[in-house]
Ligand binder design. Structure first.
Ligand code: AMP
Length: 559
């Protein structure tokens, strides 16, 4: 374990020495303190382990989800181990074989577990409060859980439906008639309106290479220039003086080379995946830490991150399979490893390598001056990132981007929220456009469901929806800025409309306080207005690599 103790004093009087440690936190628990003494005839040493006592802290209590049982997941810490009690609607929950608290995991000095419920019904719906206490204090958090609709409450099909009045019957018949007419109209439009919006909606979340008709994304993937006004058509909105095209989903350009016909996607059996706890939530569904059995011949089980697909419509399923093929073909040390899919039953699951420290944006914030100063609760005392560590992070992302460019793959949504951090400050590009819910303020909604990461986009992507390796280079410059500001949101002081005005008028982000001149020059090289004037991705990588080598990283600071 890496000692985190920052300040100590040794007081010696005669034969007795005392070691005084200050500013300890729970992170120092189990640190080894070794006392060595020596003289001319030899030396001796003795070691003790630190045992730091602190009050409970519930860091997470989230929405219930269903695995083999229902689970209300929580994470908490405290020493001695806190006692846990649950309240439902303010009344104590009596635990037994059908409802019980389970601790699945003790890692990163936190206990992770579930209130596990076996076949809960509507009676179990309501606000659940978790109370954690030990002799140093207590903490509480509440979450609403909804397992099942009350079958005896209104609605057609419930017992009350037998008492449906005639007026209710008329309403139902009326709605059915309107719906049927609508359906007929839709059929007619589909038949005669070949160039209508339906095709565009069909573009959904993954760009199809063979779907060459109405998808606005397709023009981008062909690398075309400014679209004609008919292409912009109804898929554009006017903001201030700028016309912004509407893009169904700011995901990737899938080049032909990535979607090989002979791609073999590994299938993993459902019984080989054991969920442990929730890691986060993306636009497509929840992400869980899980154990995966029989994945590699050397290891019985390994920790993985599984992404679930919450909406399993026909289109979503197609997208899912395409995404899986694409991910299977992307293999690089700085791209998160994709192990395979599990499609035996719902929800559909994608299995990825587990990156212990989660997404890079949260990681940067947790290791920035604000977090260090405020000390995020009594249980966490983060260590501020050094400049050389920042360079090390940046260099790894650039390496991943060199690889993507070599595969003619345009990311379109490169940002620190889409990178992951593993052990020993290993960083990989990890997300494929799924972090939209959590970071919704990073995206700009232009019509219905369309979200654009405008703060990371160059003028030509904002104005003409042109996405290329050069627009990825622009985003990489913004990622460098994020790293050197410890995860600040680009243009955080401006509204989305102001950001669009700023970028299209040619303004660029200011040099962060802690950023060396060489690195800011590199950012400016990424933010040249003319795409062909921007640095080449390989050039950026080798510059960052040289800068990182010039200031070696002391990795062990982060453990
Ligand atoms: P996403 O759906 O990819 O946006 O993921 C949502 C959140 O889950 C991220 O912000 C991460 O904190 C976490 N997460 C996603 N993938 C992984 C992974 N491979 N390892 C660890 N945490 C992950």
């Amino acid at each position: 374990m890496t000692p985190l103790i920052s300040y100590y004093e040794i007081e010696t009087s005669g034969q007795v020495s005392e070691l005084h440690l200050y500013n300890l936190s729970s992170l120092d628990n189990n640190c080894k303190i070794t006392c060595s003494a020596g003289n001319i005839v030899g030396e001796n040493e003795s070691t003790v382990l630190l045992n730091i006592l602190f009050p409970p802290n519930i860091s997470k209590l989230s929405d219930a989800y269903q695995d083999h049982h229902w689970c209300i997941p929580f994470s908490m810490s405290g020493n001695p181990k806190p006692e846990l009690r649950w309240l439902l609607n303010g009344e104590p929950v009596i635990e037994g074989p059908y409802i019980m608290t389970m601790i699945h995991d003790f890692s990163e000095r936190e206990y992770h577990g579930c209130l596990q419920l076996d076949s809960p019904t509507h009676i179990n719906n309501g606000p659940y409060t978790l109370l954690a206490s030990n002799k140093y204090g207590q903490d509480r958090k509440t979450v609403d859980a909804h397992f099942m609709r009350n079958p005896f409450e209104g609605g057609i099909g419930g017992p009350s439906s037998t008492a449906m009045s005639f007026s209710q019957v008329y309403v139902v018949v009326g709605i059915a008639a309107v719906a049927f007419t609508g359906f007929l109209l839709m059929l007619v439009m589909l038949k005669f309106g070949g160039n209508s919006k339906f095709g565009i909606k069909g573009a959904s979340s993954v760009i199809s290479n063979d779907d060459d008709s109405a998808s606005p994304l397709h023009h981008v993937s062909n690398g075309s220039n400014t679209p004609s006004s008919s292409e912009m058509g109804p898929d554009a909105v006017i903001i201030g003086m700028t016309k912004i095209p509407v893009i169904e989903n700011p995901q990737y350009f899938r080049s032909n080379s990535m979607l090989k016909s002979d791609t073999f996607v590994q299938h993993i059996k459902r019984h080989n995946i054991v969920l442990k706890r929730e890691l986060g939530e993306g636009a497509f569904g929840k992400v869980f830490l899980a154990e995966c059995y029989n994945l590699s011949p050397e290891l019985d089980k390994i920790l993985v991150a599984v992404k679930t697909l919450k909406e399993a419509s026909e289109n979503a399923r197609k997208d899912f399979h395409r995404e899986a093929e694409l991910l299977t073909n992307l293999q690089h040390e700085h791209i998160v490893t994709f192990y395979g899919v599990c499609v035996e039953s719902d929800p559909l699951i994608m299995v990825f390598e587990y990156m212990k420290h989660g997404d890079l944006n949260k990681f940067l914030r947790a290791h920035g001056p604000d977090s260090v100063m405020m000390g995020d609760g009594p249980t966490n005392r983060p260590v501020e990132l050094t400049q050389s560590q920042m360079l090390h992070i940046a260099q790894q992302i650039a390496a991943g981007m060199v690889y993507l460019a070599s595969q003619h793959f345009v990311h379109r949504d490169l940002a620190t929220r889409n990178c992951l951090v593993g052990e020993n400050l290993l960083v990989k590009i990890g997300d494929f456009g799924m972090s939209r819910d959590v970071y919704s303020t990073d995206y700009y909604r232009v019509g219905g469901h369309t979200m654009l990461p405008i703060r990371w986009m160059p003028p030509e992507s904002i104005m003409y929806r042109k996405f290329t390796t050069e627009s990825d280079v622009w985003s990489l410059g913004v990622v460098l800025w994020e790293i050197f500001t410890y995860g600040k949101q680009p243009w955080y002081q401006l509204s989305n409309n102001e950001v669009i005005e700023c970028i299209t008028q040619g303004r660029v982000l200011q040099r962060p306080r802690t950023c060396p001149k060489e690195v800011y020059d590199l950012m400016l090289g990424c933010w040249q207005r003319e795409p062909h004037m921007r640095h080449h991705i390989k050039e950026i990588h080798s510059l960052l690599l040289n800068l990182a080598k010039a200031s070696p990283v002391y990795l062990d600071i982060l453990g």
